[in-house]
Design a protein around this ligand. Structure first.
Ligand code: MSP
Length: 529
């Protein structure tokens, strides 16, 4: 069985999750559902990053004493888990960097690299950004401000351990150049290659306990803890059994995808592959950096008070609307603007008007003209009387086009989703919805009913219902709850979880004679915010 191993970053537990965090998880959940439908052995891992100065400070600020950080992080982790549950995340494993086996894995990595002569000690004179948990050199500091987040840097002058990453620069450049799918999107690969034009500085991988003690102790020097990024990146292998469980490691490694935000590109595409290479392990197949959600033209921040709480949005508009909006609004990889107005606009046009309406009007007609029973396709290919007219021919052509486009969705998903082109996949699905809605307008079923062209009317309604079944299954990775309610309304008894990817491309699975269950509109129109 094919495997598919995909990860999210580990989120810092200094505050509650916001839409940025939920974005990555929704994207990963969506593509994981797609591969599960295709029968892959999927391993989707997410979790929390719990060490370091930022968390230590947050713990102290919450009123806890030094040394009580574990209590603090234990209090925040359930907030993340609750949100993921609420969003319908089907992750396979939740890793915490305070887990025992992870701590042991980090220490095993440090011991190995130290023994192999890859780690050495020297005085570190430079800067540190606590919010980014990143070291910066004198040259990189912008007058004492972080070049990334523009906040104040802390000056450091202390002994530390360093990992000789400079030795691997040529190897890394080569690897990036010869593997075009290693860093995605392509413009991010160029960004990393640009960064690698300058000589790499060895990476500081420790913090002195005198200054900061909330971390994994360096196994060969108890005066130090591990630098939080060095600790956290190792989760991608500790979570699948490094170092002891070689069978699981071999099963899942290399990861198919690490999905990250654009701000943590360097850590994932420079430090991490070098760490793996030094351990004698292969790099991940693809690191995909998505863009950021901005709000009213600005980065979200607590001080600006513009942080969007996913729970509030979900409670107001529903989970599937939220999932749909995030994945449809911007191509994955680019930045996007989040606003309730934009969400309502998409909701009203794509959900209420396009898909919601198609289901509603189709089922209304099935009830009205066929007593709620899925009709049989009749007369196709035979010299049926209604085919003699041009209009009749056009209607048959319209139905054929719908059938072809709907059954072709399997191929479209196969082309787009392995590239994480979520919006591209949704555009293709909505093309089918639009063709179906247009077919209703063009075929004028109410006229067919009046003229008693019952066979043709039945064929038309069957085509619409069957396209709805295919559309419903195609949106399953994105909007699983909507799939369920459409299937229920279509009268399909088989549980969605049992359906297969091939069912998308197989026209005719909906059985004539099935009783439909029209219920409330899926997405009632929203008149105002
Ligand atoms: N702990 C590190 C990751 C370690 S992975 C081994 C970290 N954590 S974070 O909580 O600060 O950020 C986690 C992710 O959220 C990052 O991928 C980041 O890009 C993403 N986002 C944070 N704000 C975001 C938006 N406004 N929009 C989209 N994603 C954003 O970095």
């Amino acid at each position: 069985m094919n495997k598919f191993y995909i990860t999210t970053p580990l989120y810092y537990v200094n505050s509650k999750p916001h839409i940025g965090h939920s974005y990555t998880n929704i994207a990963v959940d969506t593509v994981s559902r797609f591969y599960r439908m295709k029968g892959y052995d999927v391993f989707f891992m997410t979790g929390t990053d719990e060490h370091g100065e930022k968390i230590e400070k947050a713990s102290l600020a919450s009123g806890l004493k030094a040394g009580e950080e574990k209590k603090f992080v234990d209090g925040i982790v359930p907030v993340f888990k609750d949100l993921w549950q609420k969003l319908g995340m089907q992750y396979d494993y939740f890793i915490r960097t305070t887990d025992d086996y992870h701590i042991k894995a980090v220490q095993a990595v440090l011991n190995k690299l130290y023994k192999d002569g890859r780690i050495y000690k020297k005085i570190y004179k430079g800067w540190f950004c606590t919010p980014c948990e990143t070291f910066w050199s004198e040259a990189q500091s912008e007058n004492g401000l972080c070049p990334d987040c523009k906040r104040h840097l802390e000056k450091l002058d202390e002994e530390n351990y360093f990992f000789k990453i400079s030795e691997y620069q040529e190897w890394l450049i080569d690897h990036i150049n010869s593997n075009t799918s290693f860093i995605k999107p392509d413009f991010r690969r160029n960004e990393v290659l640009g960064f690698l034009r300058e000589p790499l500085q060895d990476l500081c991988i420790s913090r002195s306990k005198i200054r900061m003690s909330w971390g994994i102790e360096v196994p060969f020097d108890k005066n130090f803890v591990t630098y939080v990024w060095f600790d956290a990146l190792i989760n991608y292998i500790s979570g699948i059994g490094y170092p002891g469980d070689t069978a699981r490691l071999e099963r899942y490694w290399p990861a198919d995808f690490h999905i990250i935000g654009k701000d943590i590109l360097r850590h994932h595409t420079v430090y991490w592959p070098i760490m793996l290479h030094a351990l004698g392990m292969a790099p991940p197949k693809t690191i995909f950096a998505h863009g950021w959600w901005i709000v009213k033209g600005e980065k979200m921040s607590k001080s600006k008070g513009n942080v969007v709480d996913p729970v509030a949005v979900i409670d107001k508009y529903g989970i599937d609307t939220y999932r749909y909006f995030l994945l449809r609004e911007v191509p994955f990889g680019l930045d996007g603007a989040f606003s309730e107005e934009a969400l309502i606009k998409r909701y009203n046009s794509d959900l209420a008007n396009d898909i919601g309406n198609l289901l509603n009007r189709t089922l209304t007609m099935v009830e009205k003209y066929f007593e709620g029973i899925v009709p049989v396709i009749k007369g196709q290919g035979s010299p049926h009387h209604s085919l003699r007219s041009d209009a009749g021919q056009a209607r048959v052509k319209g139905r054929d086009q719908l059938k072809e486009k709907a059954a072709g969705l399997a191929d479209e998903l196969d082309k787009t989703l392995p590239q994480l082109d979520y919006s591209g996949a949704l555009v293709k699905i909505w093309e089918v919805i639009n063709i179906a809605n247009k077919l209703i307008e063009d075929s004028k079923p109410w006229v067919l009913a009046k003229e008693k062209k019952t066979d043709e009317l039945g064929s038309l309604l069957y085509s619409l219902l069957e396209s709805l079944r295919i559309v419903a299954l195609s949106i399953y990775p994105f909007m699983p709850a909507t799939t369920k309610s459409i299937m229920e309304q279509l009268g399909v008894a088989e549980p969605v979880e049992k359906m297969k990817f091939e069912d998308i491309g197989t026209w005719g699975k909906l059985k004539p004679g099935t009783k439909v269950n029209k219920s409330k509109p899926l997405f009632p129109r929203i008149e105002s915010a």
